[in-house]
Unconditional design. Structure first.
Length: 87
């Protein structure tokens, strides 16, 4: 018996509210930022719970969830500052 299109379709969604992140359901597995740049000095990591559900969430479908940790790497966006020496 061939699987129906509902069993082949997997829906992804975030179970927690992280305003700077969004899940791209049109390209599964990609998490994009909702802002142009993330500042590591402000927050260096995000933990997001993702749930995958088949059969469009209907009764009898399967689901699973996992926690994804996103680590923001540093970009040298601040020039060095040196105090002037008093001589």
């Amino acid at each position: 018996m061939a699987p129906s299109s509902l069993t082949l379709s997997v829906t992804l969604r975030m179970l927690c509210d992280v305003p700077v992140l969004m899940l791209c359901c049109w390209f599964p597995g990609v998490i994009r930022t909702a802002v142009a740049d993330l500042d590591r000095e402000t927050q260096d990591r995000y933990e997001v719970v993702i749930r995958a559900t088949d059969m469009a969430g209907q009764l009898g479908g399967l689901s699973g969830s996992t926690t994804v940790t996103i680590v923001v790497t540093d970009v040298n966006d601040n020039p060095p500052r040196f105090p002037q020496s008093k001589s």
